[in-house]
Design a protein around this ligand. Structure first.
Ligand code: F0G
Length: 452
């Protein structure tokens, strides 16, 4: 049943250049004519709809699959398979990605100055980040296409995810990461999942340059986010989110911006949902970057989105320490067509926002917290109105960067950085561990004073 549904949509997708519109071969990443990125299109949707079904039939079908025992149905990505490229069921590599929770954040809403705020927590994926939703599709495609090796350059989450999916799918994996600039927990994941992990003495952008040459020369399939199959899997977060809100779009979706594939994927999903009649209006999609890694903000402010302004990236939110983002054109298109915006936030604002999300019992990694920090600014600018419905996309789990959290609460996060003199604003949010003698009285005294 599942197999036949997947087979039924075979050959309905194609790769098209986002610049000149030419069609490319199924395993390419850039247009051979103009070198622009590629995106997946579904000519078969014209007239008949995905899998021959319209939105009224797909909504209950996707929801019913949540109670199915079929493996692809249990994935929050593959239960939406009608809007994904066709992959044979035998080739699907899944570890139960997607189906992530939506949490209400009442205290963060208050601190931002709005009535209601929700977070779609993509850090609740199997390897702890949103990358799994894209990786399941791209790794499955790699296996179906007969590749034995997959590879990525990464700030840590893509590599953790790729290594896991490769291991599950019997593929070999090669990881290039910037030496000393990713969190230990992310590095430990790719080691544990068996990837060949190389720490290059450069930054993320340098790793990308090296890897692009390696994949030109070797039969290795690139799983960075320029891979259009990753974008397709990452689309499903928007389908899940809209399903959660009974297909009534929120007013704003706010995402962190690094290599800019996630914002592109969410925008593509919403564009397709509108085209297919699931929704009648687009939420505004806004992208937030760290001040020290702000190429998209600069590109829009300084060139009106015409020409990428690369930067030498530096931020403690290491996941988004990216100065030369590959998917900038796709992201700009999404921001424009959804009437969203871009904003940048400081290291202090990121640290504060992260602790506020943590204090709601949710937690996230620093790169995800830029969304709350950015929201506060967008409310101040009146771009977001107090009564509007806002969703933050939290991209990584709090345990992805425990060092950051520990340093924050101990009070030494900003030591030796240019922001040290401003660190007093974080004081009231810090809860450093207390060291006591093993003495009941001392613990009770502490409880009493905490109660006051
Ligand atoms: N948040 C987290 C936790 C990330 O790991 C990343 C990107 C982003 C946000 C930005 O998403 O690149 O789609 O704009 N991490 C990549 C990696 C680059 O290698 O793990 P984006």
């Amino acid at each position: 049943m599942v197999e036949s549904a997947i087979q039924a949509q075979k050959n309905l997708s194609q790769l098209r250049c986002i610049g000149c519109g030419r069609i490319a071969l199924a395993d390419r990443f850039r247009c051979e004519h103009c070198r622009d990125l590629l995106e997946i299109i579904y000519p078969g949707w014209e007239g008949r709809g995905p899998g021959g079904l319209d939105s009224a039939s797909l909504k209950p079908l996707w929801r019913e699959r949540r109670s199915s025992l079929e493996i692809p149905d249990q994935s929050g990505v593959w239960r939406f398979r009608e809007i994904l490229p066709a992959i044979s069921q035998r080739q699907i590599i899944t570890i139960g990605e997607g189906n992530t929770p939506v949490y209400e954040l009442p205290h963060c809403a208050k601190s931002a100055g709005i009535h209601q705020l929700f977070a779609k927590h993509q850090g609740m994926n199997p390897t702890g980040s949103f990358k799994d939703t894209g990786m399941t599709v791209a790794a499955s495609f790699a296996r179906q296409a007969g590749y034995k090796w997959v590879a990525c350059a990464s700030t840590g989450n893509t590599s953790a995810s790729m290594a896991a999916y490769a291991a599950r799918g019997g593929l070999h994996s090669l990881v290039l990461i910037p030496d000393g600039k990713i969190s230990w927990s992310k590095l430990s994941q790719s080691l544990d999942y068996g990837a060949i992990t190389c720490q290059l003495k450069t930054d993320f952008d340098g790793c990308v340059r090296v890897l692009n040459e390696v994949v030109e020369r070797m039969p290795v399939y690139l799983l960075n986010s320029v891979n259009p199959y990753r974008v397709e899997g990452q689309k499903t977060v928007a389908f899940e989110l809209l399903e959660h809100f009974s297909w009534e779009p929120p007013d704003h979706i706010i995402v962190p911006g690094g290599n800019l594939a996630n914002s592109s994927a969410i925008g593509k999903a919403l564009r397709e949902m509108k085209q297919l009649g699931f929704i009648s209006r687009l939420p505004k999609i806004s992208v937030i970057q760290a001040e020290g890694a702000n190429p998209l903000v600069r590109t829009i402010r300084e060139t009106n989105g015409e020409k990428l302004v690369p930067v030498n990236a530096d931020t403690m939110a290491t996941a988004i320490r990216i100065g030369n983002p590959a998917s900038w054109k796709k992201a700009i298109r999404v921001i424009r067509e959804s009437a969203g915006t871009v904003e940048q936030v400081s290291e202090i604002e990121i640290a504060l926002a992260k602790s506020e999300i943590g204090a709601e019992g949710i937690g996230c990694e620093p790169a995800s917290a830029v969304t709350l920090a950015g929201l506060k600014k967008l409310v101040q600018q009146r771009f977001v109105k107090p009564n509007e419905l806002v969703v933050l996309v939290l991209t990584g789990h709090v345990l992805k960067d425990a060092d950051f959290t520990l340093k924050f609460h101990r009070g030494d996060l900003l030591e030796g950085t240019p922001y040290q003199s401003e660190s007093h604003v974080l004081k009231s949010h810090q809860r450093s561990p207390l060291v006591l003698d093993p003495n009941v009285g001392a613990v009770i005294d502490l409880l009493r004073s905490a109660e006051k």
